[in-house]
Design a protein around this ligand. Structure first.
Ligand code: SD4
Length: 336
């Protein structure tokens, strides 16, 4: 996997002609072979598949999504398959199996999914199910509800045949013990030294339809019962098939208060590019804080036309973009 900085990326893309204007990050992507995958089936100008996702594990997530999109599959199937990769990977400590536990050493998971037909499903505060995204999809497809939480969501999953399992890995348990040992009066349930990991992944298929998925174990060592932005439609993720899609990562409380992903899509509706929409949304968050915040928030966004954008408050946010048979991990620009 090759990483490029945004600055280099901009250099690479400088000089692309007008024909490149619909293509997300075309120059950069053209340089990175996306091994073994076929070229997308384009359905006309502005109708090629695109996937964008958060963090470095978005890269393998994009691959799984791309496999579906490149064979003509639906964006909804692609986003579910994409984030399931992180959910099943124990080395990703903010999602699914291997996710860091809450303050009671319980792994509680949140997820949301939304399709092009304005349907959505979500679960939150759910334990012992590795793939909450698929449970969220079941909520969407088999009920007229959108959001089921806690014991009710677990029972819903059990009845639909999802397998219960222990999700706390040895590494996550040890991390919890270390956190416990270092607890002090100054602890605010927000350990600054842990990476964010939530995967938000949005995609467009060859038919031009959009879908999004977001899944997380939430903030490490959170208060038992705490739910962040990720499973909340419009906060952690949002799709409007007429306009665009967006997903968030970082401190969920800030994204919740801003209705972050919804706001990104609304700014796109007003005519902003995905990049400008992410920027304006992050500026909205900044405006509400007198002092320079220490927390991280980042967005990825995708327009109906297939343009992508990504931006974070703090440095060290990475996102992955798959387009035209290529996949690329990119260091995002940041506001602070
Ligand atoms: C949350 N937004 O629960 C999530 C955490 C996150 O990467 O994004 N971590 O607040």
């Amino acid at each position: 996997m090759r990483r490029i900085s945004r600055r280099n990326f901009l250099k690479i893309t400088a000089g692309l002609g007008a024909a490149g204007s619909l293509l997300p990050f075309r120059g950069a992507l053209a340089r990175s072979p996306f091994a073994g995958l076929a070229a997308p089936r384009a359905a006309g100008p502005g109708r090629t598949p695109v996937v964008i996702s958060t963090w470095k594990h978005g890269y393998p997530g994009n691959e799984a999504a791309w496999k579906i999109l490149s064979s003509g599959g639906a964006a909804l199937d692609a986003v579910e398959a994409g984030v399931r990769v992180s959910e099943g990977d124990p080395s990703v400590n903010g999602v699914g199996y291997g996710g860091l536990p809450d303050e009671e050493c319980k792994v509680t998971l949140d997820a949301s999914i939304m399709g092009p037909d304005y349907r959505a499903g979500a679960v939150a505060f759910i334990e012992n199910y590795r793939h909450p995204i698929s449970i969220a999809r079941k909520v969407m497809e088999t009920t007229d509800h959108v959001f089921i939480v806690g014991a009710g969501a677990e029972e819903f999953a059990r009845r639909h045949g999802f397998a219960r399992e222990e999700l706390l890995t040895e590494a996550a348990r040890e991390a919890w013990i270390k956190w416990k040992q270092r607890l002090s009066d100054a602890d605010d349930w927000f350990p600054a030294d842990l990476d964010h990991d939530t995967i938000g992944l949005v995609a467009r298929d060859a038919a031009g339809d959009l879908a999004g998925a977001c899944t997380t174990s939430g903030l490490a060592f959170k208060i038992h019962g705490r739910v962040g932005d990720s499973p909340v439609i419009g906060a952690g993720m949002y799709v409007d098939n007429d306009v665009g899609a967006a997903a968030a990562t970082g401190k969920g409380e800030e994204v919740l208060k801003t209705c972050g992903s919804f706001l990104v899509v609304e700014f796109m509706r007003q005519g902003l590019s995905p990049q400008a929409a992410c920027k304006k949304t992050l500026e909205r968050i900044l405006k509400k804080h007198a002092a320079k915040p220490a927390f991280q928030v980042a967005f990825v966004a995708l327009s109906k036309e297939g343009e992508v954008g990504a931006l974070s408050l703090q440095k060290d946010f990475q996102y992955a973009v798959a387009y035209n048979g290529k996949n690329e991990l990119i260091d995002a620009d940041h506001l602070l």
